[in-house]
Design a protein around this ligand. Structure first.
Ligand code: GAR
Length: 207
């Protein structure tokens, strides 16, 4: 049984997609053991509570400096001791020390086709604003392993989504979530839980 910790900052619709997939058994061999949020009012914490899952709030605002917060985060994660950490809209930079401790055991969902519209400054609606400003006709979502860079780790799954005439950042965000994110994030967890994902030469191999 893969023990999964989900880290979320906001509404948690990706968390909900994971919880639904575990319940419907499209994700197998997996238990969601805890949810961490950096935001006490995140609706994601309510979703955790409603599903009988331990919800933990760890906010950088409650610590004297970033390093103290980073150490508290690592300590909390170590206490949970998950097999896999899923960043499902977690807008906190993961400390390099944590990436080293959990190599190829942290995954992230990003709302574009990496390497487009990713890296520092590209998160949430900003990603879709960037796609619309560039006038791309296809965008999508990517699930990747987290390494020391921002959105630079090995790519596990990607799914393309059409940009429609008249799209706004919000309408595009919604379509990318519905057609891509809520599908490939649960799918990636299921693949990992069933031993079908390995990394070779910095690239993911699916079996
Ligand atoms: C999702 O669109 C996710 O891809 C994005 O934040 C949103 C969270 O929504 N993540 C990033 O931009 C990371 N760079 P949710 O809380 O409803 O799942």
């Amino acid at each position: 049984m893969l023990r999964v910790l989900v880290c979320v900052s906001g509404g948690g619709t990706n968390l909900q997609a994971i919880l639904d997939a575990v319940r419907e058994e499209t994700i197998t061999n997996t238990q969601i053991c805890a949810v961490i949020s950096n935001n006490a009012s995140a609706y994601a914490l309510k979703r955790a509570e409603e599903n009988g899952i331990r919800g933990i709030c760890l906010s950088p605002k409650d610590y004297v400096d970033r390093e103290t917060f980073n150490q508290a985060l690592i300590q909390q994660v170590d206490e949970i001791a998950p097999d896999l950490i899923v960043l499902a809209g977690f807008l906190v930079n993961i400390p390099a020390e944590m990436v080293k401790k959990y190599p190829n055991r942290i995954i992230n969902i990003h709302p574009s086709l990496i390497p487009s519209f990713c890296g520092t400054g590209f998160y949430g609606l900003k990603v879709h604003e960037g796609a619309l400003a560039r006038g791309v006709k296809i965008t999508g979502a990517t699930v990747h392993f987290v390494d020391e860079g921002t959105d630079t780790g090995p790519i596990i799954l990607q799914k393309a989504v059409a940009v429609e005439p008249g799209d706004t950042p919000k309408s595009l965000q919604q379509r990318v979530m519905e057609e891509a994110e809520w599908k490939i994030l649960p799918q990636a967890i299921d693949l990992i839980a069933n031993g079908k994902v390995s990394v070779s030469d910095g690239k993911v191999v699916l079996s």
